[in-house]
Ligand binder design. Structure first.
Ligand SMILES: C[S@@+](CC[C@H](N)C(=O)[O-])C[C@H]1O[C@@H](n2cnc3c(N)ncnc32)[C@H](O)[C@@H]1O
Length: 457
């Protein structure tokens, strides 16, 4: 027989379990996006639901699939077939894009595997919680592959991006161009991959290729067999490439495939290019399909080559700032992009002098340069940001590396996020909210990163 006390406990449990956590946090007409499974996402979703009205969530929310019976633009952008990968791609890569369909592979974000790039869905939410509205301007002073600019454009927010690397300026522009590149040019190129490959290989140089048997081989093209076909093809190609957006987009596809050829060597460069071009064509078609009819609502993006320590902007020019600094001294962006930078005629030695995180020799010296450089960057951010607006920094924890420099325990060191908050405070930017996020990406050595939201006095 059940005692009265046992019954009371059971009633209490029943009452607690009937509570729906989602319904406690969000109003009933908001449906969360699929695959939302991390605490930082719930936090960002909560702030979005508090700060945006229903129309705002439909137009620019990151973590909701539906508002009542209306699907959000984010949901429509991500649903359907995820980023199309080549048949020979590893099952790990395919699984990554499937499980991150609503986080990372949508629009042109999934193109080009730039190391340390943002989760675009997170960027969207951060732009929302910084209160950025269509027509305002956000700055990313270290834009890398241009995630902030692409996301801002989709949300109707104007954006300015700066990066020391000319390759980043090109890559960001090309990914933005993909939002409106003429589809007939990309489709034509996909059908004539060999001709397009030959054109860019002549202009940019061949990546090291390997035959399927693993032996290095010189790529041979058979165009000489049919000169007429080639010159007809060349003329059509020239016509398509006259459009700067088509030129940039196809050139990025070439450089993307060259990077794969250098890293994996499992396929010949031409085979890689064919597969990647198919992906680029798929992405442009899918993205433009969703944007059809709302093209006039897109923001304007300006990616620039420049130095975050001396921004080419007037005082109080921007309404918000979002960036992630180079992961301290963990990633050598020049070594990673050496082939691409060389094809652009960039002098790698002088570029290195301007790259934060790469200056100095021993770890200690690198660290000192890094802190001095980041102080200059934060001073510039405070200068160009309107008063009372927000600057958000996403920074990885590298306590193990810092512990080596200071010969101490990783638990004891002052983490990079704390150091940046201190530096920002020197220029009147105060911490408003900090959110920690575990890093789940494939090739990351960092275990977590911090989203630091600062407010300018
Ligand atoms: C972590 S990455 C940014 C990635 C970016 N958030 C994205 O989504 O692709 C840091 C960037 O800082 C850039 N950088 C390094 N030194 C710089 C400087 N002095 N001025 C501007 N950008 C710099 C690097 O080229 C690199 O692209």
């Amino acid at each position: 027989m059940v005692t009265r006390t046992a019954l009371a406990v059971s009633d209490d449990i029943g009452e607690v379990l009937r509570k729906d956590i989602e319904r406690s946090l969000f109003p009933p007409h908001l449906e969360l996006v699929p695959q939302l499974n991390e605490l930082y996402e719930v936090k960002l979703a909560f702030y979005e639901s508090q700060l945006l009205n229903d129309d705002g969530i439909v137009r620019q929310g990151a973590y909701f699939a539906r508002v009542g019976d209306r699907s959000t633009r984010h949901f429509l952008m991500c649903r359907g077939e995820p980023l199309r990968l080549a048949g020979h791609s590893s099952s790990r890569l395919k699984a990554f894009f499937r499980t991150n369909q609503f986080k990372t592979g949508y629009a042109t974000h999934g193109l080009f595997p730039y190391r340390g790039k943002f989760h675009p869905q997170m960027v969207k939410a951060i732009l929302n919680i910084m209160g950025l509205k269509p027509g305002e301007t956000v700055l990313d002073p270290m834009m890398g592959s241009g995630t902030t600019l692409i996301e801002a454009t989709l949300m109707g927010i104007d954006s300015i991006g700066v990066d020391a690397s000319p390759f980043c300026q090109f890559m960001a522009q090309a990914k933005l161009d993909g939002l409106s590149v003429p589809l007939n040019s990309v489709d034509w190129a996909a059908k004539h991959a060999e001709l397009v490959f030959d054109y860019f290989a002549r202009k940019s140089g061949h990546p090291q290729g390997r035959s399927a048997r693993g032996k290095t081989r010189q790529l041979s093209l058979n165009w000489s067999k049919d000169k007429d076909a080639r010159s007809n093809g060349d003329r059509t190609l020239a016509r398509h490439l006259d459009n700067p957006k088509a030129h940039n987009y196809l050139r990025l596809a070439y450089l993307d495939s060259a990077g794969y050829s250098i890293r994996s060597q499992r396929r010949t460069p031409l085979e890689q290019f064919r597969a990647i071009l198919e992906r680029y064509a798929f992405v442009a078609r899918k993205t433009q399909g969703v944007l059809e009819g709302v093209e006039s609502e897109l923001g304007t993006a300006t990616p620039l080559e420049g130095d975050a320590r001396a921004l080419p902007l007037q005082d109080a020019r921007v309404d918000g700032i979002l960036f992630s600094p180079p992961y301290s001294f963990a990633i050598d962006y020049i070594a990673n992009d050496a082939f691409h930078l060389r094809t652009m005629g960039v002098d790698l030695v002088s570029l290195k002098d301007g790259m934060i995180g790469l200056r100095g020799r021993a770890l200690k010296e690198k660290y000192e340069h890094y802190i001095a450089d980041m102080r200059l960057v934060l001073a510039e951010c405070a200068r160009v940001l309107r008063p009372k607006r927000f600057c958000t920094i996403v920074v990885g924890t590298n306590n193990n590396q810092l512990a080596k420099i200071f010969d101490t325990d990783p638990q004891e060191v002052r983490s990079m996020s704390e150091l940046l908050v201190d530096l920002a405070g020197e220029f009147g930017m105060k911490l408003t909210r900090e959110i920690e996020r575990q890093i789940t990406g494939m090739a990351n050595t960092m275990r977590s990163e911090h989203i630091i939201v600062l407010r300018r006095d």
